[in-house]
Design a protein around this ligand. Structure first.
Ligand SMILES: Cc1cc2nc3c(=O)[nH]c(=O)nc-3n(C[C@H](O)[C@H](O)[C@H](O)COP(=O)(O)OP(=O)(O)OC[C@H]3O[C@@H](n4cnc5c(N)ncnc54)[C@H](O)[C@@H]3O)c2cc1C
Length: 276
């Protein structure tokens, strides 16, 4: 089944809300006076954005909790949902119930991962799920309540969510779940959430990156082995490289640029080396 994500509602004007939250901390003006200046354009949209962007470079993150986004998410699996609901701060979930929703005819929606298709095992998986569906139905018809009959259902079963998440948690979830170490379904879902925010609010959407992104930590803190295996890892330094560089700098052991380096710098492609 295809994953669908839609941004269904949000803080009325996220940038205005974030600006007001941050400015209240750093201004002698009252929040209402600040709002008056926004409304009569003594404070422009560009000024608000610049100010918020500067704050986003700092560790002052609590104002980001004041801006929220609501999403409708469907076509994800129970394998995904187990991971999703582990996020416990700054996000509220409503999920389709397997107690109150009964799968008519024993037909439950599910996802077959591409890796299973490529391994040629899709049919076997579907045959098994057909048997599971039949047993589920048999149980329900024998009087077993749906909440118990569901015990036979697989992780592949699809589920739906309505969630509300604040911007701080959205940044954190992106840090972790846009990382190539995260499960593909989670990466795909968060990429779609990011695309929805980006479509409406690109000034905020651009901050939704994996933690190694240039607008987040900027380096990888996973294991060196994982960094080496990451398809985009080489675009970012690994934490250990930064620590080694710092240690060498402190010890005065930084490798100096030498004549060979300057020869490379002065090299004319395809021509003679001319150094004055
Ligand atoms: C690649 C990957 C692999 C994983 N593998 C496993 C696994 O094998 N097994 C497993 O059980 N889980 C696994 N997880 C889930 C992981 O352990 C977390 O439960 C999940 O990422 C939720 O993130 P969070 O703890 O940051 O929670 P959030 O709710 O997103 O919390 C946000 C932040 O709030 C702060 N916070 C939240 N609660 C507290 C608290 N009680 N006390 C202090 N600070 C708090 C923390 O700074 C936290 O980072 C994995 C996650 C990832 C990304």
């Amino acid at each position: 089944m295809t994953i669908h994500v839609r941004l269904v509602d949000h803080t009325h004007d996220p940038m205005r809300s974030l600006y007001l939250a941050y400015r209240t901390c750093y201004s002698s003006l009252t929040p209402i006076e600040i709002l008056d200046r926004i409304d009569d354009e003594r404070i422009t949209a560009e000024q608000m954005q610049t100010f918020v962007e500067e704050r986003l470079k700092t560790g002052h993150t609590s104002p980001l909790e004041q801006c929220w986004f609501e999403f409708a998410i469907s076509g994800v699996t129970r394998a995904f949902s187990h991971q999703f609901v582990r996020h416990r701060i700054g996000i509220s979930f409503e999920q389709q119930s397997q107690r109150y929703v009964f799968y008519k005819g024993g037909e439950f929606p599910y996802t077959v991962p591409e890796t299973v298709v490529r391994a040629g095992l899709k049919e076997k998986m579907e045959d098994l799920f057909k048997q599971v569906g039949d047993l589920y139905l048999e149980m329900v018809e024998a009087g077993v309540p749906a909440e118990d009959a569901r015990f036979v259902l697989p992780n592949a079963t699809n589920t739906n969510f309505k969630v509300t998440v604040n911007f701080l948690e959205m940044l954190h979830i992106s840090d972790l779940r846009l990382c190539t170490r995260a499960q593909w379904e989670f990466r795909r879902t968060v990429a779609l959430m990011r695309a929805e925010i980006n479509r409406r609010f690109p000034q905020l959407g651009m901050y939704l990156q994996p933690k190694c992104g240039e607008r987040r930590m900027g380096y990888c803190d996973e294991s060196v082995k994982d960094w080496e295996a990451c398809p985009i890892g080489r675009k970012r330094p690994h934490k250990q490289q930064l620590l080694d560089l710092f240690a060498n700098y402190r010890k005065g052991e930084e490798k100096p640029l030498d004549e060979d380096d300057f020869r490379v710098i002065a090299e004319v492609p395809g021509g003679d080396q001319i150094i004055d």
